[in-house]
Design a protein around this ligand. Structure first.
Ligand SMILES: [Zn+2]
Length: 412
């Protein structure tokens, strides 16, 4: 997505891992993924969002498949917008495709779409760094990270149980389960990448000793089963299906808010597709409930206090003083990771990120290996570069100064 993209990576998709897993599938069954034949059966997870609703439509209309939808229901929700959406489109599809339509199976499950706000106090900051996104629209760092009660695995096994039943009874040709991730999701969440899905598929096949099962999403570029939100909206439009009853909002109001991250993504997709968005949005601020307002503030709050701000005056000492004998150490508030030969720093208090150049990265490596004084560092660098000169010393001084000031280094 243009406005939301990984900070340290071009792409979250792990192509190497995917290639490796595909190779295993190719050896075991001759293909990594193959679209089920016309007239056969498929199970799809339907959340009630515009993606899953339209994929359901595509599987019926374009691929002519018997579609068995599964919807996970959370009874705790105050308003069941998603469930209403599933009911609404069930009526429409039953009408449009009577011979391929099957009633959704409702499975009760704990909440979906839980907004996890990663906290450096209980998640390794390196993991946050690894999943970090930058939201250009609001100029802030954000993270979409599934941890703890990750519903993906649990749900998949629930869906699979249902699929087994179907295969044993009414759908003997069933071997494919489709979940509702689309292209955009895989660019902002590792959880939604094809490599992760394929790895779950592999685990399942290994556990069962049955390599006929496919578990995937419309991320299959090779076979043309690949969709983004804009395309989905255009598709629904050409089929005359009004998507305004689908539910994207992460909040449980009577209407969708139009302001939260998932609403924004939805609206952006409608505008890109040049299709009029008939959804009625009611901004949260117009609602009476204070509880919701507080919740919004909390969930949309910065990942880290003060992130996105350029000022860093609160951190570190204003006047840095060190001498040749001063021992320089890494601040405990800094998480770091070497990616492509460059050290990436994340300050867990400010949310600031810094990517060091080659020589900066080298100094950082030294500092991570032991306790060295300024003079020791200088002699290590001179040895490494095979010269003792003033510029090296000056650069080292500048580096240490800057990073002490910004709170990445401290003098012990
Ligand atoms: Zn919303």
């Amino acid at each position: 997505m243009v406005n939301l993209h990984p900070v340290l990576y071009k792409d979250f998709e792990d192509k190497k891992a995917l290639e490796g897993i595909n190779k295993i599938f190719n050896e075991k069954r001759g293909y990594a993924f193959k679209m089920p034949k016309r007239g056969s059966s498929v199970v799809i997870q339907v959340s009630g969002g515009l993606d899953s609703i339209t994929i359901w439509n595509i599987l019926l209309a374009k691929y002519h498949l018997h579609v068995y939808p599964v919807h996970f229901l959370n009874r705790k929700k105050t308003f069941l917008g998603e469930e209403e959406s599933v009911r609404h489109y069930s009526r429409i599809f039953k009408n449009l495709y009577p011979d391929k339509f099957h009633e959704p199976k409702i499975i009760e499950a704990p909440s979906t779409n839980r907004v996890n706000v990663p906290n450096v106090n209980f998640i390794n900051p390196k993991i946050i760094l690894n999943n970090l996104l930058f939201n250009r629209k609001i100029n802030k760092y954000q993270v979409l990270l599934n941890y703890g009660d990750n519903p993906l695995y649990e749900r998949f096994f629930n869906v699979y149980n249902y699929a087994q039943q179907l295969r044993a009874t009414v759908a003997r040709d069933l071997d494919t389960i489709i979940t509702n991730f689309v292209a955009e999701d895989s660019t902002i969440s590792r959880n939604s990448t094809l490599a992760v899905l394929r790895s779950i598929n592999l685990s399942l096949c290994l556990m069962l000793g049955d390599f006929s099962w496919q578990f995937t999403a419309p991320l299959e570029k090779g076979s043309g089963f690949y969709y983004g939100k804009t395309q989905l909206i255009k598709y629904a439009h050409t089929k005359g299906v009004d998507l305004s009853h689908s539910w994207s909002c992460m909040f449980r109001g009577k209407r969708q808010c139009g302001e939260c991250a998932t609403c924004l993504i939805r609206r952006e997709a409608f505008s890109k597709a040049h299709v009029k968005d008939r959804t009625i949005y009611v901004p949260i601020r117009k609602r009476k409930s204070l509880g919701i307002r507080r919740y919004i503030r909390k969930t949309l709050a910065n990942l880290f206090e003060g992130s996105g701000k350029k000022t860093i005056g609160r951190i570190g000492a204003g006047n840095v003083s060190f001498n040749g004998g001063s021992v320089i150490v890494l601040s405990k508030d800094v998480a770091w990771e070497e990616i492509d030969g460059k050290v990436n720093l994340l300050h867990s208090k400010t949310g600031e990120i810094d990517i060091l150049n080659q020589s900066g990265s080298l100094i950082w490596e030294y500092l991570s290996q032991g306790k060295y004084s300024f003079n020791e560092l200088y002699s290590m660098l001179s040895k490494k570069y095979g010269t003792k000169n003033a510029p090296i010393k000056k650069d080292l001084e500048k580096f240490i100064n800057k990073y002490i000031k910004e709170g990445y280094l401290t003098v012990s």
